[in-house]
Design a protein around this ligand. Structure first.
Ligand code: B12
Ligand code: SF4
Length: 540
């Protein structure tokens, strides 16, 4: 049977990384089936084009995965696929939270033939077999013989054959603008490909923040893959990078990569010992980063960017959304401890909390400016279905629209916070984005990094220019050109530095080429970290 796995585009950004679920389900599909993968963010298709693809490739079963933000788009694409004659099964967080919606049981139209609720690692095979025998059921839930929900243990995680997968649509070098390629060449980085690959080392987070779907979806029981399984995946990725004469970095997509600090340390030590280190980024809650040995191991194992859900600089706001374990008075010190090790933070903030008042963006930006430079990102408090926040606001009648995800406009409040209007909250977010990514702010971030290696500044500049695109549409060549023109002084300065760096390297070549990662360069060499001898951390 021919199967299509499809991820709808999000309408805001191009994708910089494959969606793991597609590659995972493909790896779990018996070899007699042919599986096509299309990520709408990397390969945008219209409904007609997708229907044509389904017909011309004789696709019989299509699996669609979507977050809530993409649900509407997913339904349209599902309709197109069904009109082309294939059966559609949908999975992922959104359909798990509102299973009746895609099946047309909530009063709306039906968009799919079946849904996979929850984690599908163990139900996927059943879905494929049933579809092959033309006996597709309506709802697939991972349950045991007693009908109780079961979570896959991850102890026997499949080998995702990244080394053989066609990843060309995710080759970031192909998307680099000419100046960036020039810059890289000038510092001796002649890379044919650069992939950011998602790896999960575990699932689950017990913290239960009010706005987060993770505790409900993956459960509060945390499960981990074995160190060996993660290390082997990284070694295979290193091998692929070597083979492609390119580079690979890893995004550990775990909800909270250091949720069990002892286990994280043990994994990082195993990565170092096996010489499997690749540059990596992960999400970790800031309360877990007080441990200095953990920070040393993060740096030694290739960790360069940490996504931190700081959410607010106001302790009362944090208490109100059940995230009181974040302590704003320790943000600065921890960010500095990271930066001292060449680890930068993607600091994420949420506006529109009940304690927020007009001016929250200014106050937050003042705090950010006092910290080491990083990549701030801003969102609005969004009540995703299935979260305690959603239930609370629904019960109190505060939602502007109960099925707010069916409004396709991005970056809109779904309720009015207590101390400002929805429109004011949206304006605060707009202001925070524009002020953080204006050329002057970028210049000031680079200036603060004056004492850091050239490569770190180069990557910071590139990351800042690319990150704007999460909020300000930056998908067309024209948009990029406008950004380059606005930032020409920053770019010219860096190009001048690149020339000096190039000359320095010509005169004094280093034995190993450093590697590009989304945030820094990992230089080769041997370091002593936490009593461990760290071998080279270069990938190829
Ligand atoms: C990586 C990630 C991203 C990436 C996505 C890009 C990428 N290429 O992956 C980035 C960083 C861009 C991102 C952004 C956002 N994200 Co995000 N993200 C994640 C994260 C951390 C990991 C996803 C993952 O790979 N998980 C591992 C895989 C194996 O799990 P899975 O995807 O759930 O798949 C399993 C099942 O769901 C199921 N399944 C999934 N799809 C399908 C399809 C079929 C056919 C079947 C049968 C089964 C199936 O089977 C899989 C195996 O069990 C999750 C949290 C999490 N741990 O899942 C949040 C998460 C998915 N993100 C979330 C959110 C809210 C966002 C943002 C909206 C945040 C924001 N405010 O901007 C943005 C939106 C993106 C956009 N541009 O519009 C929410 C989604 C909640 C919801 N109901 O939609 C999550 C769950 C986190 C949370 N805190 O609640 N995200
Ligand atoms: S710490 Fe992060 S992953 Fe865990 S519940 Fe809170 S927001 Fe979700």
């Amino acid at each position: 049977m021919n199967i299509l796995l499809y991820n709808p585009d999000n309408g805001v950004t191009r994708n910089f990384m494959p969606h793991l679920w597609m590659f995972l389900l493909k790896s779990l599909t018996p070899a007699e089936h042919q599986v096509f993968l299309i990520d709408g963010n990397a390969k945008p298709l219209t409904e007609t084009e997708l229907a044509d693809f389904v017909r011309s490739n004789n696709v019989k079963l299509a699996g669609i995965g979507a977050m809530t933000r993409m649900a509407l788009r997913a339904y349209r694409m599902a309709d197109a696929i069904r009109s082309a004659g294939a059966k559609v099964v949908m999975g992922g967080p959104h359909v798990t939270e509102v299973p009746g919606e895609p099946l047309g049981l909530n009063g709306g139209p039906r968009h799919v033939d079946a849904i996979a609720v929850g984690e599908a690692d163990e139900t996927w095979l059943r879905i494929v077999n049933d579809a092959t025998n033309d006996q597709l059921q309506e709802i697939y839930t991972p349950t045991d013989a007693q009908g109780k929900e079961v979570k896959p243990s991850l102890a026997s995680y499949p080998d995702i054959p990244w080394e053989r997968m066609d990843l060309e649509q995710f080759n970031l070098v192909g998307h680099f603008p000419v100046w960036a390629r020039y810059l890289l060449n000038r510092v001796g980085i002649h890379s044919r490909s650069f992939y950011l690959i998602p790896i999960e080392s575990g699932r689950g987070c017990p913290y239960g923040c009010d706005f987060c779907t993770v505790t409900g979806f993956f459960g509060d029981s945390i499960r981990f893959r074995t160190n060996e399984s993660v290390v082997n995946e990284m070694l295979r990725l290193k091998e692929r990078a070597r083979h492609d004469r390119g580079h690979v970095a890893v995004f550990f997509v775990d909800d909270n990569f250091a949720i069990n600090v002892r286990r994280t340390k043990s994994l990082l030590k195993a990565i170092i010992a096996a010489d499997a280190a690749l540059p990596w980024v992960a999400q970790i809650s800031i309360n877990l980063l007080r441990d200095q040995e953990l920070l040393d191991l993060i740096a030694a194992s290739g960790g360069r960017w940490i996504f931190l859900g700081l959410e607010s600089i106001d302790a009362e706001n944090l208490q109100a959304v059940n995230k009181g374990f974040n302590k704003p008075n320790e943000y600065s010190a921890i960010l500095k401890q990271l930066a001292d090790r060449g680890i930068y933070a993607i600091t994420s903030f949420i506006f529109g909390m009940d304690g927020d008042t007009p001016g929250v963006a200014d106050r937050t930006l003042d705090a950010i400016r006092s910290w080491p430079p990083g990549l701030p990102v801003f969102g609005l408090l969004t009540p995703y279905p299935g979260t305690p926040l959603y239930e609370r606001l629904l019960k109190k009648g505060r939602l502007i629209q109960s099925e707010h995800w069916l409004d396709s406009r991005p970056f809109r409040m779904a309720f009015a916070p207590q101390n400002m209007s929805a429109a004011e909250a949206e304006a605060e977010m707009q202001q925070a984005w524009s002020r953080s990514y204006e050329p002057e702010a970028i210049r000031s971030a680079l200036w603060k990094m004056e004492a850091r290696p050239f490569q770190e500044r180069a990557v910071m500049l590139f990351a800042r220019l690319a990150f704007r695109g999460i909020y300000f549409p930056q998908m067309r060549r024209r948009d990029w050109l406008r950004v380059f023109l606005a930032n020409r002084k920053n770019l010219l300065r860096l190009l001048a530095e690149a020339r000096v760096e190039y000359t320095r390297r010509q005169q004094n070549p280093t034995p190993h080429e450093p590697i590009l990662i989304p945030g820094a360069i990992v230089n080769s060499g041997v370091e002593k970290v936490s009593g461990l001898s760290k071998k080279e951390t270069t990938s190829s």
